[in-house]
Design a protein around this ligand. Structure first.
Ligand SMILES: Cc1cc2nc3c(=O)[nH]c(=O)nc-3n(C[C@H](O)[C@H](O)[C@H](O)COP(=O)(O)O)c2cc1C
Length: 368
């Protein structure tokens, strides 16, 4: 059904327009109580065995929607209705900004990939915080809030921009993510260097604690797949040193490896971050490396090229407690999360592991 809709409608539209149209439909359905109850009953089934505890939170499942789909927190319940058990909103920047000029999102259909250079188009931390504050949740979903740097803010003042967002948004976040890995904001990824990352994460931690004294809001950092292996180890060590709660691996890549089926070379060469199937191998590799370094001391979130239940299961075995996806949702549509949950539950049942927690990192522990 969705394949027909994708072929006949979405694939003929500009990808960003198609995104807005599909997201509007999702939000409309979620506004009608009978409809959303029915859709959620079909698409968001609960499997006892997938219950997960992570970051001090209780989730129905380890699988959720990665940042970038709902940048402004306008459709959390609609996405929960489709079965995403956590939704990471953002990236939200200190100030509102329009992002890069259009066209800035490209589909590489034969490679099941996307290239985007959206550039953090979002309403800004004040507006998004107000939206979250006035939200009356319909479904119990974990809401992560991903923050990044406003483009016009110079790198030397980056920390103050993140702090502003953290102060405004932490009160509404089940967890907070410092995004230093998007390739579309000049200079952002250099914040991953440990000497820049240490003061940044320390300042955001303090800001979250100031804003929410009664609760320790879990703090995570999201990293790029393009980091050299030594830099991944350095971020992992820093995370342990600072008592960070988690690492999200990975964001999109500036590499163009793993592509081979898209025939238009101009499309492949579009500037921006590549996501989807071609990212799978590197994201998995980064995750394994992180788990080998930090083990169970820090919660790892696996993202990048997760297309199905088997991919999600492989992330769990490689050390991820939570798993996210984005690009495959575009290609597979509203039944996607459901099929991942169903397949994950089936894999766990036939595995040697009694619980999902036992499976986390099992592959890495065996090969160590
Ligand atoms: C159109 C688009 C926009 C994105 N925007 C963000 C963003 O604002 N912040 C962020 O941390 N990641 C963003 N991402 C990256 C995703 O969260 C995810 O890390 C990446 O796409 C890899 O996962 P996937 O292969 O399942 O898509 C975006 C991805 C896409 C495709």
């Amino acid at each position: 059904m969705y394949r027909i809709l994708f072929t006949l409608l979405f694939s003929r539209m500009d990808p960003e327009e198609a995104h807005h149209l599909a997201f509007r439909w999702i939000r409309r359905v979620a506004r009608v109580p009978v409809l959303r109850t029915y859709v959620a009953a079909v698409l968001a089934p609960r499997y006892e065995e997938l219950r997960t505890e992570a970051l001090g939170l209780r989730l129905h499942s380890p699988f959720g929607l990665a940042a970038g789909f709902d940048k402004n927190a306008v459709g959390i319940d609609g996405l929960a209705m489709l079965g995403f058990d956590h939704v990471e909103i953002g990236t939200v920047t200190g100030e509102p900004q329009p992002g890069n000029p259009k066209k800035r999102l490209f589909r590489l259909v034969p490679d099941r990939a996307l290239i985007n250079r959206m550039g953090f188009n979002n309403d800004g931390s004040l507006a998004v915080a107000a939206r979250l504050a006035s939200r009356e949740p319909v479904f119990r979903t974990v809401v992560g809030v991903n923050i990044g740097k406003t483009k016009v803010v110079p790198e030397s003042e980056a920390a103050a921009d993140y702090v502003k967002s953290a102060e405004r948004l932490a009160p509404h976040a089940d967890y907070l993510v410092v995004n230093v890995s998007s390739p579309n904001t000049p200079g952002l990824r250099s914040l991953q260097a440990v000497d820049q990352l240490r003061p940044l994460l320390t300042a955001v931690r303090e800001a979250a604690d100031r804003a929410v004294p009664a609760r320790r809001v879990p703090l995570l950092v999201k990293i790029a797949p393009d980091l050299a292996d030594e830099d991944i180890d350095a971020v992992a060590d820093l995370a342990v040193e600072l008592g960070l709660d988690g690492i999200i691996a990975t964001n999109t890549t500036i590499a163009r490896e793993g592509l081979g089926l898209t025939s238009d070379p101009a499309l492949v060469q579009e500037t921006g971050g590549l996501s989807g199937a071609p990212l799978k191998a590197r994201s998995l590799e980064v995750l394994r490396r992180l788990y080998a370094r930090v083990g169970d001391r820090i919660t790892l979130v696996g993202v990048g090229g997760v297309e199905n239940a088997e991919d999600a299961w492989q992330r769990i075995l490689a050390g991820a407690t939570l798993v996210q996806g984005y690009s495959a949702f575009i290609y597979q549509g509203p039944f996607w999360a459901r099929s991942v949950h169903k397949g994950l539950a089936a894999r766990l049942r036939t595995s040697p592991y009694a619980t999902l927690a036992d499976a986390v990192g099992a592959d890495v522990r065996i090969s160590a």
